[in-house]
Design a protein around this ligand. Structure first.
Ligand SMILES: Nc1ncnc2c1ncn2[C@@H]1O[C@H](COP(=O)(O)OP(=O)(O)OP(=O)(O)O)[C@@H](O)[C@H]1O
Ligand SMILES: [Mg+2]
Length: 393
């Protein structure tokens, strides 16, 4: 047998093992077998180049810091890079064939449906923010950019989804919002305490002097003037108490959120015109002071809206827990006029109230739901996760 056949056989084994650099020298015969060998050498060259570019691609695919998913036309994961496996704490085999929507936290709107709808036939990518589950209780907030892959090959439509982890960025944003809001609230506490301690004390002293004068004076002309001064002083004291309460309810510091909401409702409520029903769970926890202030402000905004826009006559407030008891849930329901939620933020005249509420809630990783229909009243619900930063230390 021609010894070159043995060489060809060995070379093919080498290639099958990934050694594409080996070649066979042509003989002097330059016959048909040499032509065959030359073809195999070229194959080796070809394999070497494609393997280098494949490895090069794989290196890039796996070393980018974003998660990358390749989806089939049905939204199933066909390929995924190493970063995704690491961030989601999953094995490659766990993810292949899985619908991408199964990676999102419960309650998130499906991503794939959105991609299909938005991407349509255009070549411009789509962007969406989604939460990806990392464990039953944890998730990564992420921004997803999606585009077509292999568009030109008919019947082989694929989607390339690049997912950027926004945890650090969100943490930073939340910290900035919390710091600004907390600074503002601390300043309000300081002003309220100063007013209460300085002006409040002085008014009390004046009241004492006036009362002494009223008791000892026998002059019929002066006596009614002194009584009037006493009444004016009482009104001034009541006004000061209101201002201090508006700045910062002292009950919040001493008795906590639920009690200060009771106090707020007592102040606003009116026997016949506006009724408040407050239903606190008896295990409702004491929260971190800054968070209690934040929730108090949110409740205040909800109540103001119910009165100002809804003209409500009955407002029900519930202080409760979420489904798994690992979050607090505060709900407000009014019997007012209600409104069309779709018009929220679309007009130029809309206020800042609910936007401020949203950023306060977001800074604690919470969520808000608003249900309203014209003529059917309004329901607000907020959920704030309980953890070491939100519970009172
Ligand atoms: N409970 C409610 N009943 C009826 N309409 C409401 C209610 N809550 C909100 N709205 C509607 O939503 C809009 C936006 O509310 P938002 O609190 O953001 O702004 P605002 O109350 O108009 O202004 P601001 O809060 O800055 O004083 C309101 O203008 C109102 O039309
Ligand atoms: Mg408002």
């Amino acid at each position: 047998m021609d010894p070159r056949y043995k060489k060809i056989s060995d070379l093919l084994i080498d290639y099958s093992m990934g050694h594409f650099e080996n070649r066979i020298e042509l003989s002097e015969k330059l016959d048909e077998t040499d032509a065959f060998i030359s073809g195999i050498n070229m194959l080796g060259e070809e394999l070497k180049t494609t393997t280098i570019s494949r490895n090069y691609f794989n290196n890039i695919f796996n070393s980018v810091s974003d998660m990358i998913f390749v989806l089939t036309d049905g939204g199933m994961i066909e390929n995924v890079n190493r970063t995704a496996l690491e961030k989601l704490d999953k094995k490659y085999s766990d993810l292949i064939g899985l619908p991408i929507d199964q990676l999102l936290v419960e309650g998130e709107k499906p991503l794939f449906e959105f991609i299909k709808k938005k991407l349509g036939n255009s070549n411009q990518g789509v962007e969406a923010e989604k939460k990806f589950k990392t464990s039953p209780t944890d998730y990564i907030p992420a921004s997803c950019s999606v585009n077509f892959l292999h568009r030109e090959v008919k019947g082989e439509l694929r989607y390339l989804v690049t997912v950027r982890d926004l945890s650090k960025q969100k943490e930073m944003e939340n910290l900035v919002i919390r710091t600004i809001v907390d600074t503002l609230e601390n300043e309000r506490i300081r002003v309220a305490k100063d007013l209460h301690d300085s002006l409040g004390q002085q008014l009390s002293a004046v009241k004492f002097y006036l009362e002494t004068l009223i008791n000892i004076t026998e002059d019929k002309k002066i006596s009614p003037i002194l009584t009037k001064s006493g009444d004016a002083l009482k009104a001034a004291q009541a006004e000061l108490r209101e201002i201090c309460f508006d700045l910062m309810p002292m009950t919040l510091e001493t008795y906590g959120l639920v009690e200060s909401v009771h106090e707020l409702c007592r102040k606003i409520g009116h026997k016949n015109l506006l009724e408040f029903i407050i239903l606190p769970d008896k295990h409702f926890p004491l929260l971190n002071k800054q968070l209690e202030i934040a929730i108090f402000r949110i409740v205040q905004e909800f109540i103001n809206n119910s009165i100002k826009h809804g003209r409500a006559t009955r407002i029900t407030l519930k202080f409760n827990f979420g489904r798994d008891k690992d979050e607090v849930k505060i709900e407000l329901k009014d019997d007012g006029k209600g409104f069309d939620k779709n018009k929220l933020y679309s007009g130029s005249g809309t206020g800042m109230g609910l936007q401020n509420v949203r950023s306060r809630i977001r800074s604690y990783d919470g969520t808000i739901k608003i249900n309203s229909l014209p003529g059917k009243g309004t329901e607000y619900g907020i959920l704030i996760p309980l953890n070491k930063t939100t519970l009172q230390r």
